[in-house]
Design a protein. Structure first.
Length: 364
């Protein structure tokens, strides 16, 4: 019976479905939301077996790199040959040889994070446990969404302002690299690698709707951390809504370096055929002031989060202590929006990279 449920997994159609089913039971067994869960588990031999397997399961649970890799490759395919040669040369001189091309470079800012014991990274031979948590806030724009009008202190009202978030850092990197204007002896391979890897990654993040807001109500007075504190269930599977959006409902969970790069490239081509550039119309008519337009990108993603996530959930009731069912239509619509955003991010990223690469010094 359990095998049949794995075969017909509703949240994805790849071979990772069985681990997702295990993750569902892991969530139930370890969640403080269900204090009777352990008793229930021990009455069920399958769940009891899974309880014993928790240490193994926790080692393999992780966030997905795949959308970042797809976005980067879509952007790369929309560069000309000279631009490709320039960015290839920069990444070939990466200080970290395991992230020396645009596909792997897009994942680097996540791989240098301090491991989260709740969602630890895969243990790869070349990786140590990193300690670079100082950059964590760079991945989000915590625009407050407070529909129930609870009191918010200044740190939440204005937490999305300033430089040290995904929008601010993206603007800073773009402004800095464009201002080089090919001046000799400016910049190094180290600085270009650091800046470009973060720019490519964060530019993708600001297109993921749940990277652009922090939801508040009476139960979530410090916010939901972009949906990380909201658990939904569909077809018997549970997950926090932020992770499900990051992985496009578990359909994009492949990780660097185990991903099949050639298949990834074919998938990117298929996505570009499904979402051709001309179909985006005004969304790809980026104005001259590309720095200010980054705020527009964030706002558009924020509005998508409201329309396709929060407006379809019971906003007064959302809390860390409950699990909220969502419908097949909710999942289908949101997956389409997320795939649309992923391809749009790739097309837009190419336009920003063209400006940056045009200004790389000839002597680099």
């Amino acid at each position: 019976m359990l095998a049949a449920r794995w075969k017909h997994c509703p949240l994805g159609n790849d071979s990772t479905c069985a681990p997702r089913q295990i993750h569902t039971y892991m969530h139930i067994l370890t969640s403080a939301r269900t204090p009777h869960a352990l008793v229930t588990a021990m009455r069920n031999p399958i769940q009891a077996l899974l309880l014993c397997a928790l240490p193994l399961i926790q080692r393999v649970a992780s966030w997905s790199d795949e959308p970042h890799m797809l976005i980067a490759y879509i952007a790369y395919e929309n560069l000309n040959d000279n631009e490709k040669a320039t960015i290839d040369r920069i990444f070939a001189h990466s200080h970290d040889k395991d992230f020396d091309n645009i596909i792997s470079a897009a994942t680097w800012p996540d791989h240098i994070k301090t491991p989260d014991p709740r969602r630890s990274h895969h243990s790869f031979p070349f990786e140590r446990s990193e300690i670079l948590d100082i950059f964590n806030d760079w991945h989000y724009v915590k625009t407050p969404y407070n529909p129930t009008k609870v009191h918010l202190p200044p740190k939440h009202l204005y937490g999305h302002k300033g430089k040290h978030n995904a929008a601010g850092i993206t603007k800073h990197i773009y402004r800095t690299l464009v201002s080089i204007k090919k001046k000799p002896k400016y910049g190094s391979y180290y600085s270009y690698n650091f800046y470009l890897k973060y720019f490519i990654h964060l530019f993708a993040d600001i297109h993921q709707p749940l990277h652009t807001l922090n939801f508040f109500n009476g139960h979530l007075i410090n916010g939901d951390k972009g949906g990380n504190d909201i658990t939904v269930t569909y077809g018997g599977l549970n997950g926090n809504i932020h992770y499900l959006c990051d992985s496009i409902f578990n359909s994009r969970r492949k990780k660097w370096p185990t991903v099949d790069v050639q298949k990834l490239k074919r998938d990117a081509t298929t996505l570009m055929n499904s979402f051709p550039a001309h179909a985006f119309r005004s969304q790809l008519r980026i104005p001259r002031d590309k720095i200010a337009y980054i705020d527009t990108i964030v706002h558009q993603a924020y509005e998508l989060a409201l329309e396709y996530v929060y407006n379809k959930l019971p906003m007064h009731d959302l809390s860390k202590d409950k699990i909220f069912p969502v419908s097949k239509m909710f999942v289908t619509q949101l997956k389409n929006v997320l795939n649309h955003q992923m391809v749009l991010a790739g097309y837009r990223l190419a336009q920003y990279l063209k400006d940056i690469l045009e200004n790389v010094p000839d002597d680099l």
